[in-house]
Design a protein around this ligand. Structure first.
Ligand SMILES: C[S@@+](CC[C@H](N)C(=O)[O-])C[C@H]1O[C@@H](n2cnc3c(N)ncnc32)[C@H](O)[C@@H]1O
Length: 296
């Protein structure tokens, strides 16, 4: 008996239905992304060769990717890629998958650079604390061409991914990578930075059980767990950033909408900052807190 030869169009249709029945989010997109990965093509190219029959090796390879997705592994870890700020990033289970809402941090930081609001306009020095895949640091190095960017993380494995991404985008000479616990890699003696930016771990430990399996079982706990109701790193960043920022320098932190009020109080308590505000993401939820260090 001859085996059925599936075309791209047929297998996408059947797989998307199957994934939908199994409760997988965005089943059609997932079916396309994983088939494109298996065939080493773009999603557009799949559409351009809808009638092409698949070989039995290609079907076997695709099936094993689908099996991984059914175990709720995020598609980004299966393909090793995620887009952020219209740039392509390599991701592995050592790093958080960069999220769309984090683009707000990058957008705000670039606006400050473009409006000449950074204290050293000619060569601003920017620190990305907890860089993970390097998504923020690399997007900023691209967006503010005169900037030198420091990218730090406690995780050696994450830094290796960030370095790979910086090389891929030809920015490895403008980004300095540092390993250590938050401020520990930096000297306390000088005001170093025109801007400190961070998307720190901010999920409350007690909220872990309600996270989707893709996040809970696959993304690194060290990138998520914010202890102290999610506020541990946010508090430490706010309390100490005054030491590392130049007068007039900016602090930008992403957090959960419910944490922004407390973060503003912590900023007030330091008495180191003047302008402070919280900004909403595209879903109209407060997502970012921003403050400027006093001049004197
Ligand atoms: C929420 S992830 C953000 C990753 C990346 N910046 C992004 O936005 O996609 C937080 C990052 O902070 C790092 N991290 C956790 N604890 C840290 C610490 N004590 N010092 C420095 N980095 C830390 C994690 O390894 C992780 O890469």
């Amino acid at each position: 008996m001859t085996q059925k030869r599936w075309s791209i169009q047929q297998i996408l249709h059947v797989t998307a239905e199957f994934l939908r029945d199994k409760g997988i989010d965005s089943p059609r997109i997932c079916a396309e992304v994983l088939l494109a990965h298996e065939l080493k093509k773009s999603r557009v190219e799949l559409y351009l060769s809808f009638d092409r029959p698949l070989s039995s090796e290609e079907i076997a390879g695709y099936r094993s990717l689908i099996k991984r997705r059914l175990r709720r592994e995020p598609p980004q870890y299966i393909t090793g890629r995620q887009e952020f700020w219209s740039l392509d990033f390599f991701v592995s289970p050592a790093v958080l998958i960069p999220r769309a809402e984090t683009e707000l941090l990058v957008e705000e930081a670039i606006k400050l650079g473009q409006r000449n609001l950074l204290s050293d306009n000619s060569k601003p020095r920017i620190l990305d604390l907890g860089t993970g895949s390097g998504a923020i640091a690399i997007s900023l190095a691209k967006g503010i061409e005169t900037a030198t960017v420091w990218a730090s993380d406690i995780s050696f494995e994450a830094l290796a991914v960030a370095r790979t991404n910086a090389k891929h985008h030809n920015l490895d000479r403008r980004i300095k990578f540092c390993q250590g616990d938050l401020w520990q890699p930096f000297s306390k003696t000088t005001s170093l930075f025109d801007m400190v930016i961070s998307n720190p771990p901010y999920i409350a430990t007690e909220a872990f059980k309600s996270l989707p399996p893709e996040v809970r079982y696959y993304e690194p706990k060290i990138a998520l767990d914010g202890y102290e109701h999610g506020m541990h790193f946010i508090r430490r960043i706010i309390e100490e950033s005054g030491i590392y920022l130049k007068p007039g320098g900016w602090l930008l932190i992403e957090m959960d909408p419910d944490q922004t009020e407390r973060a503003l109080c912590l900023i007030d308590a330091t008495q180191s900052f003047k302008h402070k505000e919280r900004l909403m993401d595209y879903q109209k939820r407060y997502r970012l807190v921003k403050a400027q260090k006093r001049n004197g």
